[in-house]
Design a protein around this ligand. Structure first.
Ligand SMILES: Cc1cc2nc3c(=O)[nH]c(=O)nc-3n(C[C@H](O)[C@H](O)[C@H](O)COP(=O)(O)OP(=O)(O)OC[C@H]3O[C@@H](n4cnc5c(N)ncnc54)[C@H](O)[C@@H]3O)c2cc1C
Length: 407
C-alpha cells in the first residue's frame, strides 16, 4: 500500500466527495433543510480550512488558532446562540451535525471549538444580559478563548466534592483553589469557575462564576503532554484570592449544581458528536487507503468489515441526532438518556478506530494515513465530560428507579 498522504488530505474536493459517501438517507430524512445546509457549509469549511492543517496540528502540538478563526469567520461558532449575541439561533441538532463534521476533519480543533460553546452556554443560560453582552460575542467571534472549570485534583467524577472556595466579600466574592485538566486552561480569557460557598452542603453549596482569565490571582499552568488531541491544550488553572463582583455569579448563590447539569447536557452532545465524527473519519480514511490500493472492488473481508462499521456509524448518528432533537424539544430529557448517547457514540468512535487499524494492518500504524490519530484522539472522548463508567451508572440508576416503580 502507498505511504503517500491520502488525496482527501491535500484536495478539498476529494475530501468532500469521500465524506459524502457516509451521508445516510436514513438519518438525513430527519434533518431540516437548514440543518442539512449547516452540514454542507461546515463540511466545505472543514475541507478548505480545517482538515488540511490536522496532521501538522497533531504532529507539532499546535494550538488550532487558525482553524478556530476560520470557523468563527464562517459564523459556525455561535450555532445555538441568539443572533443578538453574534450567533445564528440554530438547533442542537445543527450543532451536533457541525460538530460531527469538524471532529471528522480535526478532532483537536473540535475540542477547542466545543469548549468555546461550553464556556459561553452557562452565561447565556443563567447569566444576566450584561454578562452575556460582555462575554459571549468574543467567544463566538474567536477573539477570546474560554474554559469550563469543573474538575479538580480531588473532584471530577464526583464533582459535588469540589474544594475551590468562594468567600463573600463586601462587594462580591473571593475565589481560591485549583482546577485541573481544563481544556484551553493555559490561555483562557474567560473561565466558568465552579466553587463551593459551603462545603458541608455538598452540591447545594456550589455556585458558578464568570472569571476573567487575566484577573489578578488567576494562574494558568503549562499544557499537559497527552495521548491524543494534541492541538487542544489541557492545563491546570489556579485561583489565589481572585476577587470577582457580585454580578459575576451565574444564577443564584448555591445554584451551581443546576448550572453544571445544564452544561453537561451540551458538553455530552459535543463528546458524542466527536465519537461519531471520529468513527466516520476512521472509516473514510480506511476506505480511501484500501481503494487506492485495490481499486473500487475491495476484497470481501474488507467489504464486510467496512459494511459493519458503516451500519454502526449510522446507528450512532441516529442516536446522537435524536437525543439532540429531544434536547431541542423536551427540557425533561434525563441524565440517563444523555448518558446513553454519550457512552454509545464515544465507544463507537474508539471501536471504529481500533477496527480501522486492524483492517489496515501495519498501514494503520502509520501517521500519514491519519487512522492512528483517530485512535489516539478517540480514547479521551470516553473519559471526559463524565467517564463512560459514570454514564453507565446514570443509565443504571434510571433502570433501577423504573424497576422500583413497576413494583
Ligand atoms: C483531555 C481532557 C480534557 C478535559 N477537559 C476538561 C474541561 O475542560 N473542564 C473540566 O472541568 N474537566 C475536564 N476534563 C476532566 C474530565 O472531565 C475528568 O477527568 C473526568 O470527568 C473524570 O473525572 P476524574 O478526573 O475525577 O477521574 P476519576 O473519577 O478519578 O476516574 C478514575 C476512574 O474511576 C472510574 N470511576 C470514578 N467514579 C466511579 C464510580 N462511581 N463508579 C465506577 N467507576 C468510577 C472512572 O470511570 C475512571 O475509570 C478533561 C480531561 C481530559 C483528559
Amino acid at each position: 500500500m502507498s505511504t503517500e498522504p491520502l488525496d482527501m488530505d491535500v484536495d478539498p474536493k476529494a475530501y468532500v466527495a469521500l465524506q459524502s459517501l457516509v451521508d445516510e438517507p436514513a438519518a438525513d430524512q430527519y434533518l431540516t433543510e437548514r440543518e442539512r445546509a449547516v452540514r454542507t457549509h461546515t463540511r466545505d469549511v472543514v475541507a478548505r480550512e480545517v482538515a488540511p492543517r490536522a496532521h501538522e496540528i497533531d504532529a507539532n502540538h499546535t494550538f488550532p488558532h487558525d482553524n478556530i478563526q476560520a470557523l468563527a469567520r464562517e459564523k459556525l461558532c455561535g450555532l445555538i446562540f441568539p443572533e443578538r449575541l453574534g450567533g445564528t439561533d440554530d438547533s442542537n441538532v445543527a450543532y451536533a451535525v457541525a460538530m460531527e463534521e469538524i471532529s471528522a476533519g480535526c478532532a483537536a480543533t473540535s475540542l477547542v471549538f466545543m469548549t468555546q460553546m461550553h464556556a459561553a452556554y452557562p452565561i447565556l443560560h443563567t447569566g444576566s444580559e450584561a454578562l452575556a453582552n460582555r462575554y459571549i460575542p468574543g467567544l463566538l467571534d474567536g477573539s477570546r478563548y474560554g474554559s469550563l472549570g469543573i474538575t479538580e485534583p480531588g473532584a471530577g467524577s464526583d464533582a459535588s466534592s469540589l474544594a475551590t472556595t468562594a468567600t463573600p466579600t463586601d462587594d462580591g466574592w473571593s475565589i481560591s483553589g485549583q482546577k485541573t485538566f481544563i481544556t484551553t486552561g493555559d490561555r483562557a480569557d474567560v473561565i466558568i469557575c465552579f466553587a463551593t460557598v459551603d462545603r458541608s452542603k455538598g452540591r447545594d453549596g456550589i455556585s458558578a462564576f464568570v472569571v476573567d482569565g487575566d484577573a489578578p490571582g488567576v494562574g494558568h499552568g503549562q499544557p499537559f503532554h497527552k495521548l491524543g488531541m494534541h492541538g487542544s491544550s489541557t492545563a491546570e488553572v489556579f485561583f489565589d484570592g481572585v476577587t470577582v463582583p457580585t454580578s459575576s455569579l451565574l444564577g443564584e448563590e448555591g445554584a451551581g449544581w443546576s448550572v453544571l447539569m445544564s452544561s453537561v447536557v451540551k458538553s455530552r452532545i459535543s463528546a458524542a458528536a466527536q465519537g461519531v465524527g471520529l468513527a466516520r473519519s476512521a472509516y473514510v480514511r480506511t476506505l480511501a487507503a484500501l481503494t487506492r490500493h485495490f481499486g473500487p472492488r475491495l476484497p470481501d473481508e474488507h467489504t464486510f468489515a467496512l459494511a459493519d462499521l458503516r451500519g454502526r456509524i449510522l446507528q450512532g448518528r441516529l442516536l446522537l441526532q435524536s437525543v439532540a432533537r429531544q434536547v431541542d424539544t423536551n427540557p425533561d430529557v434525563t441524565p440517563g438518556q444523555i448518558g446513553l448517547m454519550k457512552q454509545c457514540c464515544t465507544d463507537l468512535g474508539f471501536h471504529a478506530a481500533v477496527e480501522a487499524t486492524r483492517i489496515l494492518g501495519p498501514m494503520g500504524d502509520l501517521s500519514v494515513l491519519g487512522v492512528e490519530r483517530c485512535l489516539r484522539d478517540a480514547k479521551v472522548t470516553q473519559i471526559y465530560d463524565g467517564t463512560n463508567e459514570i454514564q453507565r451508572l446514570l443509565i443504571g440508576r434510571e433502570t433501577t428507579r423504573a424497576l422500583k416503580e413497576l413494583r
